[in-house]
Structures are given as structure tokens and as C-alpha cells.
Design a protein around this ligand. Structure first.
Ligand SMILES: Nc1ncnc2c1ncn2[C@@H]1O[C@H](COP(=O)(O)OP(=O)(O)OP(=O)(O)O)[C@@H](O)[C@H]1O
Length: 270
């Protein structure tokens, strides 16, 4: 199997992204209240908290869907400021969504090739007249996309329409598509939603493999076993505020976290 070649960063452990006093208000509702934390290069960081705690809003502030009401998101040493979503993708942040968003009538391979477009440098005339550079980029994109499909474990379904893939493979395909943009930071929003225990275990292996391949991963996930089993550190939000941060074992034993989140039975937060 061809693994997508990634240079392992030499500065593993240094900050890749910093949320600095990020506040996000929607009318009278404060979804994020002066939230500060960092994501370190080469780590798997878990972002957890009860429903409505502000996790997805964090993702949205990091990926340019929302501009924070105040505060800064610093990525790779520079503030995201007023960058648009596609510019942020080019800077190196990719995400998947809680609800799968694939091009259902396109093949699995085509869905991933679309992701590589964020990296293409051919001009519009170059693409229209199929310049040799454009053809080379297209060939590279297809090869890399195939390698990514194999990397996430759906290489055998490359030519099938996305909508015909089993649910678990669609989730893996979404991850391949996000990786196709060659991100430094991959944000996964509840990637295990709807998975059975075997699929969850396989997903944990994939997340570790992604990290071992040189990516940094931010993971929103409600499944505590998965979060505790795969992350290096965890940040906990409640009502838009950060209430705890630390290694999984520390978070598990933190009374504020137990009160806010772990004390809630699984089916109460579904
Ligand atoms: N565009 C918006 N307009 C108004 N309110 C919003 C908007 N987006 C989020 N909110 C509110 O902000 C709060 C935080 O929502 P968010 O989706 O970030 O929480 P979450 O932790 O991701 O929750 P869940 O686990 O349910 O996905 C919620 O009260 C939500 O209703």
C-alpha cells in the first residue's frame, strides 16, 4: 500500500494553533467565552463537552465559517484574521463534518480528487486548454487520491458512487477527502457517530495512523472510550467556557469534568 508521504515535522510539540481569548456571540447567546488553548504539532487533541458546549463553534472559528466576536485564532504563527474558508484550507486546516457531506453522485475517487483542487496551481486557461502542467497535476492528483483511499481503507471502492458506499466507508472517504487538501491540522467532527464498537476500534487505529503520518489531529467526539483511548490531551468546554485541560487520565478524574460531562449518562447526551 502506498502511504501518502508526509514529512514528520521537526518541531513536534510546538504550538500549531492557538485560540487566544476567543469569544463568539450569537445575538444574546455567548457560544464561546474567552476560550484559550493550543494545539501542539503532532498531537491528537480531544475537544469534549456536553451538547451545546461550543465545540463545533470552535471548529467553525478555526475554519473561517465564523469570525470570532473578539480574540484571535493564530495558526502556524499567523492570525487567521479575515481569511476566507478556501484561504484557510490552503493555509493547512481541513475538517470533516458531523453530517457527512460528500458528492453522492461522484465516485469515491472523484470525491477525493476534488479535495486535491485546493492545491492546484494551474490557471483557468491552463485548465481549459489542458496544458501539460494541468495534465501532470491531474495525473498526480489521481495517484495521490488513490493512495489516500487505500490509506483510509476504501481503496477497493474507488470507482463506486459515494452514495453506494456503506456508511462507515463514507466516513472514511470524508477523511480521505480532507487529507487531500494536504492539511497540517485535520479537524474531525464526531467521526465515530453511528459506528459499532468494531468500527470505532478501526477508527482509532486510523486516527493514530494519520497522526503517525505527520498530521496534527483535533477530534470532537462524544464517545468517551474512544476519546480517552486515542487522544494525547483533552480540552473540556462547558457553556462556552474551558473548564479543564490535560492528559486523558487527568480529565477522567477531574471533578469539574465529572460533574459537567462524565456524570451525564450516554443516552442523556444523545
Ligand atoms: N449560527 C448560530 N446561531 C445561533 N446560535 C448558534 C449558532 N451556532 C451555534 N449556536 C449556539 O451556540 C452554542 C454552542 O453550539 P455548538 O454547536 O458549538 O455546541 P457543541 O458543543 O458542538 O454541541 P453538540 O455536541 O450538540 O454538537 C449552542 O447554544 C448553539 O445553539
Amino acid at each position: 500500500m502506498v502511504a501518502p508521504t508526509r514529512a514528520i515535522a521537526t518541531d513536534v510539540g510546538a504550538d500549531l494553533l492557538q485560540m487566544k481569548d476567543v469569544t463568539m456571540k450569537f445575538g444574546g447567546l455567548t457560544a464561546l467565552d474567552a476560550v484559550t488553548f493550543e494545539i501542539r504539532r503532532g498531537e491528537i487533541l480531544g475537544l469534549i463537552g456536553p451538547n451545546g458546549a461550543g465545540k463545533t463553534t470552535c471548529f467553525n472559528a478555526m475554519t473561517g465559517v465564523y469570525k470570532p466576536t473578539s480574540g484571535d485564532v493564530i495558526f502556524d504563527g499567523r492570525p487567521l484574521g479575515a481569511l476566507k474558508r478556501n484561504q484557510i484550507t490552503r493555509r493547512g486546516i481541513a475538517r470533516t463534518f458531523q453530517n457527512i457531506r460528500l458528492f453522492s453522485e461522484m465516485t469515491a475517487l472523484e470525491n477525493v480528487v476534488v479535495g486535491t483542487d485546493a492545491r492546484h496551481r494551474t490557471s483557468v486557461p491552463g485548465a481549459l486548454f489542458r496544458s501539460s502542467r494541468h495534465r501532470r497535476e491531474e495525473k498526480d492528483a489521481i495517484e495521490r487520491s488513490m493512495a489516500l483511499l487505500e490509506f483510509v481503507g476504501v481503496g477497493g471502492r474507488a470507482t463506486e458512487k459515494a452514495r453506494n458506499l456503506p456508511y462507515g466507508d463514507q466516513r472514511r472517504l470524508e477523511i480521505a477527502r480532507a487529507l487531500a487538501t494536504e492539511p497540517k491540522l485535520l479537524c474531525l467532527d464526531e467521526p465515530a457517530a453511528g459506528f459499532n464498537p468494531a468500527e470505532k476500534a478501526a477508527l482509532m487505529d486510523l486516527i493514530r495512523k494519520i497522526r503517525d503520518d505527520g498530521y496534527t489531529v483535533l477530534l470532537i467526539e462524544h464517545d468517551m472510550r474512544l476519546v480517552m483511548g486515542v487522544t494525547d490531551r483533552i480540552v473540556v468546554l462547558e457553556f462556552g467556557k474551558k473548564i479543564a485541560e490535560g492528559a486523558p487520565a487527568e480529565i477522567r478524574d477531574n471533578p469539574a469534568v465529572i460533574a459537567a460531562y462524565l456524570g451525564v449518562p450516554d443516552d442523556a447526551s444523545a
